[in-house]
Design a protein around this ligand. Structure first.
Ligand code: CTP
Length: 430
């Protein structure tokens, strides 16, 4: 049986009287440094993070090395600095995918306009962008640039795109700039960055060190360029589950259909539209997951022949031929290297009986059943969950979705531990 690795997350008092800062004892932070004049401040940032007990692995871009030498960061972090995707010696010690998994949080400080653009584009053209794509850890950026570059529409759009994906943006501050101008674009000071980063780090909790993949919200299936078929799911239950999993210390990836909800702090979000896109996103993420929780109301059918042009009202009747989508949950449960798999069942009748049938048919470890109707379950604040295992049941009763999500996550943590699903990579440590 697997036992969770306990992790103390004490608080300590900093030099400033009365100021409490969360300690980062043992937390693994990947610090990306890109090519801006503020790079010299990142040397102090390494010190502040290490003071709090964090392990810091610095990754520098080529441009960053024009500003500060790698040796400075090596001396301060106590680890060789990584600079190159093609460095075979460094890759042999810890490959970039392993490094991406090692990180519990990624902070890029300073983040230049160019880096933000590359990150927003999803490029993998150097080690740092590749790591950002390959990590399940939360990513934060601390922009630093000239005020006009920061205000430029291209940068504004890139930052918005990144925020949408759950990337945290720390700062920038206003003030005097290295270029002699005054305005918004200064990197936040290292103690402030360390404080903000602390919030993103996994808290001590029953799911500390676990990776949880969650689907949420509805999907949209295209009929023509302006119409789609969808359902009334708001995504609230799934987002509450993501928040609860994060609070329990997990690294959380949330694959979400179209919803209008903010991303819970510290959660990495991947937005999708269709059932097919949700399947692809889940397939991309699932190999790294210990636990998969499928709360999404995925369309079961989609138009078999979506029209390339807007359909005109030329006839009295319109028949749409529909075809089945892939069952995302069942496909995850069927994998040879499956994570611990938790489904949801949205039922309008015979709730428990139908949910139990799904648990068995889809070969799940657990299922949470809820009744959905016009006034219940979908698109409202409260819910009523009954949790089923093969040989057990527990009625969580009715209540706010976040309270139920926390209770559900507690049960998932216990069942996961009992199932002994510890995986070899859990032992990856510095
Ligand atoms: N699910 C999925 N992919 C689908 C359909 C459903 O991953 N294409 C998942 C849901 O996220 C949920 C579970 O399967 O965790 C059950 O979904 P539900 O809509 O209740 O049932 P279905 O399996 O779609 O069956 P039915 O619509 O016949 O009740």
């Amino acid at each position: 049986m697997h036992k969770y690795a306990p992790l103390a997350q004490p608080v300590c008092v900093s030099g400033e009287p009365g100021r409490i800062i969360p300690a980062m004892q043992g937390n693994r932070i990947l610090l990306g440094v890109t090519g801006g004049i503020a790079a010299y401040k990142s040397a102090e940032l390494v010190r502040r993070l290490r003071e709090r007990g964090a392990q810091v692995q610095v990754v520098m871009t080529a441009a960053a090395r024009e500003f500060v030498g790698a040796l400075t960061f090596q001396a301060l972090s106590g680890r060789p600095v990584r600079t190159d995707l093609w460095d075979s010696a460094a890759e042999a010690a810890m490959g970039h995918i392993e490094l991406a998994r090692w990180a519990e949080a990624v902070l890029v400080a300073p983040a230049t306009a160019d880096f933000l653009a590359r990150l927003a584009e999803g490029r993998a053209d150097d080690l740092l962008t590749t790591l950002c794509l390959a990590t399940a850890a939360p990513i934060a950026v601390a922009p630093a640039m000239n005020r006009l570059m920061w205000a430029n529409a291209a940068t504004v759009a890139n930052v918005e795109r990144l925020r949408q994906r759950g990337v945290r943006v720390f700062g920038p501050a206003e003030g005097a700039q290295a270029c002699g101008e005054v305005g918004e674009g200064r990197m936040l000071e290292p103690p402030e960055l360390a404080d903000q980063l602390a919030v993103l780090l996994p808290a001590a909790g029953p799911l500390h060190g676990r990776r949880v993949l969650i689907t949420a919200g509805p999907t949209r299936e295209r009929i023509d360029p302006v119409r789609f078929i969808s359902n009334r799911s708001s995504g609230k239950m799934g987002f509450a589950v993501a928040q609860a999993a994060r609070e329990a210390g997990a690294q959380v990836v949330l694959v979400s259909g179209p919803v209008s909800l903010p991303t819970p702090p510290g959660v990495r979000r991947v937005d999708v539209e269709s059932a097919e896109a949700m399947l692809t996103a889940v397939q991309n993420e699932v190999a790294a997951a210990d636990i998969f929780i499928s709360t999404a109301a995925v369309a079961d059918y989609r138009p078999a022949h979506p029209s390339g042009q807007k359909i005109k009202k030329t006839s009295e009747r319109l028949q749409l031929e529909m075809e089945r989508t892939t069952d995302v949950l069942a496909s995850v449960a069927a994998r040879a290297d499956r994570p611990f798999v938790v489904g949801f069942a949205a039922e309008t009748e015979s709730v428990e009986q139908n949910a139990r049938a799904k648990l068995l048919k889809k070969n799940l470890d657990m299922i949470a059943a809820n009744e959905v109707s016009h006034s219940k379950g979908f698109d409202c604040e409260d819910n009523h969950l009954i949790v089923l295992w093969r040989n057990a049941r527990q009625d969580l009763g009715a209540g706010p979705k976040l309270a139920l999500a926390r209770e559900l996550i507690r049960l998932i943590g216990e069942s996961y531990a009992a199932a002994g699903k510890a995986r070899p990579r859990d032992t990856v440590q510095a």
